[in-house]
Design a protein around this ligand. Structure first.
Ligand SMILES: Nc1nc2c(ncn2[C@@H]2O[C@H](COP(=O)(O)OP(=O)(O)OP(=O)(O)O)[C@@H](O)[C@H]2O)c(=O)[nH]1
Ligand SMILES: Nc1nc2c(ncn2[C@@H]2O[C@H](COP(=O)(O)OP(=O)(O)OP(=O)(O)O)[C@@H](O)[C@H]2O)c(=O)[nH]1
Ligand SMILES: [Mg+2]
Ligand SMILES: [Mg+2]
Lengths: 277, 296
C-alpha cells in the first residue's frame, strides 16, 4: 500500500458493477468511469471511499444542469400529454397529478384518450372522481385524437387551469401506434396551440430498452420530460442517466407507490444516493 | 448486437487451428458486453461466461467451424440449455378444479395473461373460470370482466359496490366453491400487482396461494425489465414458489435478457410468451428463439 499509486483496478471494477446493477448501461457506465479515472488521477485519489464520493459528485453535477420544472401557460388551460409503453403507470400518474393540482385549488380536466384497453376509461374516471377532476370521455373504440381535442374544448370552455391527456400504452416499435400518438398530439394542438409538457412515463425497472423508448417517443411527440414510476421498488432507474445524456430529456417527477399521494418532484441528490445504496 | 461485436474479433481469429486462452477471453469479453446490453443480470453474466469459458478452453477443434464460431456455438447451447431445451407445458394434473394463480410486479401483464390463459384453455376444450382477486387497482375487476366477456368465460368477482373491505384471499377461496357450482375444470386467479419490498403484499400473495393450492403458479414478468429481474424473481419464488413464468410484451424490441436471469436463478421454466395486447397473442415459449434474440 505504501507504493500504491492511485486507485487499484478492483476499486474501479466495483464501481462499474454498481452502476451496471442500477441499469445505467454498459456504454454510459464506461464513459462515466472513464471520467472518474481522469478526476482520480488529477486529484490523486487513493481511497475507494473518496472515489465513490467523487463519482457521486460527478453524477450530481451532470444531472443537476437539467431544468425540471413543469411548464405552465399564462392564458388558458396548461396542457400536458401523458405517454409511454404499456403498464408503466400513466393513468395512475395522471390520477396523482390531478389530486396534487386540485388540492392546490386548480380546476383540472382529464381526457380519457385511451379508447383501446379494457376498462381504461373506467380506471381514469375512478381517479378523476377521487381527485375531483372532470373526465372527458367517449365510447370505447372512439378516435383518441377526437377525445383529446374534446378535452381541450371542455377545459377551455370551463376556463380550467390544467388539462391532462391520458393515452393508451404502446410499444415504441409499433409504427402505426406511434403514428396514432403523433396524430393525437397534432389534433390536440389544433385546439391547444401547443402542448406545455409531453411526459414519457417510464417504469424504474426498465432496462436498456428505456433508451429506445425515449428515442422513439421523442421522435413521435417531442418528449419534454420523464415521469419515473415505481421507484418505491428495488430498481434504481439508472437508465434515466443515459436518457438525459443522449437525448437531453430530464426526469421531472417520480412515482413512489400506488396511492394518490405517491408522487414527488425528482430529487437529484436522493437519486444519486440511491444508485449506490 | 453480438454478431457485430464478434465479427471483428472472429475475423482476427480466422485461420487459427486452436484458440489460446487469451483468444477465448477476447471472444468472451464481447459475449459479456452483448449479454449486459441485453439486460442479463451482471452476476448471471459472470457465472454464465465462466461456464462457457470452461467448455471453450477444453473444447476439441471442430472440423466445420473456426474456433471463434465454436465459442459462439457453445454460448448458444448453454443459453438454450438454461432457458429450457424445449417448450415446457402447463401441467394441470387431475385436480378438479385445477387452479392456476398469477403473480408479478405492477403492470407486468397479469390481467391480460389471465384472459389469454382462459382463451387458450377454452380452445383446448377445458372449462375455465376467471377470478378477479385484485381488489385494489381501480377498475381491475371491470378489466377482467371485459376480458372474460370477450372470450365467453365466466368471471368470479366480489359484488360491485359491495364490501369495500373485501379480502382477496376470501374472494379467491370462494371461487373454488363457485367453480364446483358451475362445473369449471380450471380456475385462473388474477392477483394485484405487487412490489417485492412490500412485505404485506408479498404475504398476501402467500396467503392467496395457501388458500387456493394452485397446481400451477405463474410468475408474469415484463420482457423489458433490467438488472432487478434477479432480486424480483427470487422474492416471488420465496413468496409463492412459482412453477412457471410468462414473459410478456415480447412483441416489443426489448432483448429480454431477464429471461436468462430468471431461468438461471430460479430454475423454473418459462412456459408462455405473451406477444401482444390481443387475447390470441399468446404462445408456448421457444427457448431457441429467445436465445438468439438475447444474443442479438
Ligand atoms: N409501486 C408502484 N406502482 C405503481 C406506480 N405507478 C403506477 N403503479 C402501478 O402500476 C400498475 C399500472 O399502472 P397504470 O396507471 O394502469 O399504467 P398505464 O401506463 O396507464 O398502463 P396502460 O394504460 O395499460 O399502458 C398499476 O398497478 C399501478 O398501481 C408507482 O409509482 N409505484
Ligand atoms: N404489447 C403488449 N402489451 C401487453 C402484453 N401483455 C399485456 N400488455 C399490456 O400491458 C398493460 C398492462 O397489462 P395488465 O394486464 O393490466 O397488467 P397487470 O400485470 O395486470 O397490471 P397490474 O394489475 O396493475 O399489476 C396493458 O396495456 C396491456 O394491454 C403483451 O404481451 N404485449
Ligand atoms: Mg393507462
Ligand atoms: Mg392486473
Amino acid at each position: 500500500a505504501l507504493f500504491r499509486r492511485g486507485l487499484d483496478e478492483a476499486a474501479f471494477e466495483e464501481l462499474e458493477e454498481r452502476l451496471i446493477s442500477a441499469d445505467v448501461g454498459v456504454e454510459a457506465t464506461m464513459e462515466i468511469i472513464e471520467g472518474l479515472r481522469e478526476r482520480v488521477r488529477a486529484e490523486g485519489v487513493t481511497d475507494p471511499e473518496q472515489a465513490l464520493a467523487l463519482l457521486k459528485e460527478i453524477l450530481r453535477l451532470e444531472l443537476g444542469v437539467a431544468d425540471r420544472t413543469l411548464a405552465r401557460r399564462e392564458e388558458g388551460p396548461t396542457t400536458w400529454l401523458i405517454t409511454g409503453v404499456n403498464g408503466t403507470g400513466k393513468t395512475t400518474s395522471i390520477g396523482k397529478l390531478a389530486a396534487r393540482h386540485a388540492r392546490d385549488g386548480e380546476t383540472v380536466v382529464l381526457a380519457a384518450a385511451d379508447t383501446f384497453r379494457a376498462a381504461a376509461i373506467e380506471q381514469l374516471s375512478s381517479w378523476g372522481e377521487r381527485a375531483g377532476a372532470r373526465v372527458v370521455k367517449q365510447a370505447e373504440g372512439a378516435d383518441p385524437a377526437a377525445v383529446a381535442y374534446d378535452g381541450w374544448q371542455a377545459a377551455s370552455a370551463a376556463d380550467a387551469d390544467l388539462l391532462l391527456v391520458d393515452t393508451a400504452g404502446r410499444l415504441q416499435s409499433k409504427r402505426a401506434l406511434m403514428e396514432e400518438l403523433s396524430k393525437v398530439k397534432r389534433v390536440l394542438e389544433k385546439g391547444a396551440g401547443h402542448t406545455d409538457e409531453v411526459l414519457l412515463v417510464l417504469d424504474a425497472t426498465t432496462g436498456q430498452n428505456g433508451i429506445s423508448q425515449a428515442q422513439a417517443f421523442q421522435e413521435a411527440v417531442d418528449v419534454s420530460g420523464v415521469i419515473l414510476t415505481k421507484l418505491d421498488g428495488t430498481a434504481r432507474g439508472g437508465i434515466v442517466i443515459a436518457i438525459q445524456r443522449q437525448l437531453g430529456i430530464p426526469v421531472k417527477l417520480v412515482g413512489l407507490g400506488e396511492t394518490v399521494d405517491d408522487l414527488a418532484d425528482f430529487d437529484v441528490d436522493a437519486f444519486v444516493e440511491a444508485l449506490f445504496a | 448486437a453480438l454478431s457485430d461485436r464478434l465479427e471483428a474479433v472472429l475475423d482476427r481469429l480466422k485461420g487459427r487451428g486452436t484458440l489460446s486462452e487469451s483468444d477465448v477471453d477476447e471472444v468472451l469479453r464481447e459475449i459479456r458486453l452483448a449479454l449486459l446490453e441485453a439486460d442479463v443480470n451482471f452476476k448471471v453474466v459472470k457465472t454464465f461466461v465462466a461456464r462457457v469459458r470452461e467448455r471453450a478452453i477444453g473444447a476439441e477443434v471442430s472440423e466445420a467451424l473456426n474456433p471463434g464460431q465454436q465459442v459462439v456455438k457453445i454460448v448458444n447451447e448453454e443459453l438454450t440449455g438454461v432457458l429450457g431445451d424445449q417448450s415446457a407445458p402447463l401441467e394441470l394434473g387431475s385436480a378438479s378444479p385445477a387452479v392456476i394463480m398469477l403473480a408479478g410486479l405492477q403492470g407486468s401483464g397479469k390481467t391480460t395473461a389471465a384472459g389469454k390463459l382462459a382463451a387458450h384453455l377454452k380452445k383446448k376444450g377445458r372449462t375455465p373460470l376467471l377470478v378477479a382477486a385484485d381488489l385494489q387497482r381501480p377498475a381491475a375487476v371491470d378489466q377482467l370482466k371485459v376480458l372474460g366477456a370477450r372470450v365467453d368465460v365466466p368471471v368470479h368477482a366480489p359484488e360491485p359496490g359491495g364490501d369495500p373491505d373485501a379480502d382477496p384471499v376470501a374472494v379467491a377461496a370462494g371461487a373454488l366453491k363457485e367453480a364446483t357450482r358451475v362445473g369449471a375444470g380450471v380456475v385462473i386467479v388474477d392477483t394485484a400487482g405487487r412490489t417485492n419490498v412490500d412485505d404485506a403484499m408479498m404475504e398476501q400473495a402467500t396467503a392467496i396461494k395457501r388458500a387456493v393450492d394452485p397446481v400451477e403458479t405463474l410468475f408474469v414478468i415484463d420482457a423489458m425489465i433490467g438488472q432487478e429481474a434477479v432480486t424480483v424473481a427470487k422474492a416471488f419464488q420465496e413468496a409463492v414458489d412459482f412453477t412457471g413464468v410468462i414473459l410478456s410484451k415480447l412483441d416489443g424490441d426489448a432483448r429480454g435478457g431477464a429471461a436468462l436471469s430468471v431461468a438461471e436463478v430460479t430454475g423454473r421454466p418459462i412456459k408462455f410468451a405473451s406477444t401482444g395486447e390481443r387475447l390470441d397473442e399468446f404462445e408456448a415459449f421457444h427457448p431457441d428463439r429467445m436465445a438468439s434474440r438475447i444474443l442479438g
